[in-house]
Unconditional design. Structure first.
Ligand SMILES: [Cu+2]
Length: 223
């Protein structure tokens, strides 16, 4: 029996999303199923104006992560992660206004001010917490991809506790980031990155703040 049922939802802004929903077999234990969603918006729209939808469903030990993005750089691997505060405080996406940053792009170092640190990589083995990987998703010819991954919640919690000392991982405190602009992007020399990693690979292009979504309230980010 499959727990996750991918759906395609066409939204008013002309993009679709691979989403996940609790199967009917979970109906009698609905209070245990938690769902989190985020709308991904461009961080540095002067370079890449991508966006998308992100969703996680937590049912028992299974965490199903799904996302759909578009308008990123075509045919390029994109690092993507859940970022958050190490001390368990909330995190947010950078402000859209460039004024706060003196007109400079929001680089990885700036992002820490608002969103904490890189916590969980969204590739083929998130619970490994390995940030360096070649298994991040790659965009298609028109700059889109879908990502879907199932993770053991227990394994992820244990890994996060061991690696970051975070004993209470609250998914609604996290933000989703996608990174990467074309190699030939003319970035200011001051653009920060990780040691030894070119700035065009780590420049944030999309961000979304996770919110717990309550179907009973009928108001989700995905409408
Ligand atoms: Cu990241």
């Amino acid at each position: 029996m499959t727990f996750c049922r991918p759906l395609i939802i066409a939204s008013s802004v002309l993009f679709s999303v691979a989403t996940v929903q609790a199967d009917t077999h979970a109906a009698n234990q609905n209070d245990q199923v938690r769902e989190y969603r985020a709308a991904l918006r461009a961080v540095n729209p002067e370079y890449v104006a991508g966006g998308g939808r992100f969703e996680m469903v937590l049912d028992g030990d299974q965490l199903h992560i799904a996302m759909t993005v578009e308008n990123l750089t075509p045919q390029m691997m994109h690092m993507q992660h859940l970022h958050g505060s190490r001390d368990g405080m909330g995190a947010s996406c950078p402000p859209l206004s460039r004024e706060a940053l003196n007109g400079e792009p929001v680089d990885l170092i700036d992002s820490r001010r608002y969103s904490g640190i890189t916590l969980i990589p969204l590739h083929d083995d998130p619970a490994s917490l390995k940030i360096q990987s070649d298994s991040y998703p790659e965009t298609d010819k028109v700059g889109g991809y879908t990502y879907s991954q199932k993770v053991s919640w227990k394994a992820l919690q244990q890994a996060v506790k061991k690696e970051y000392g975070l004993s209470e991982l609250d998914l609604s405190d996290l933000v989703v980031y996608i990174h990467g602009v074309p190699q030939d992007t003319d970035l200011p020399d001051s653009t920060g990155s990780l040691d030894g990693v070119p700035a065009h690979l780590t420049l944030p292009v999309a961000c979304g703040e996770l919110e717990e979504w309550n179907p009973q309230e009928g108001a989700g980010l995905i409408e």
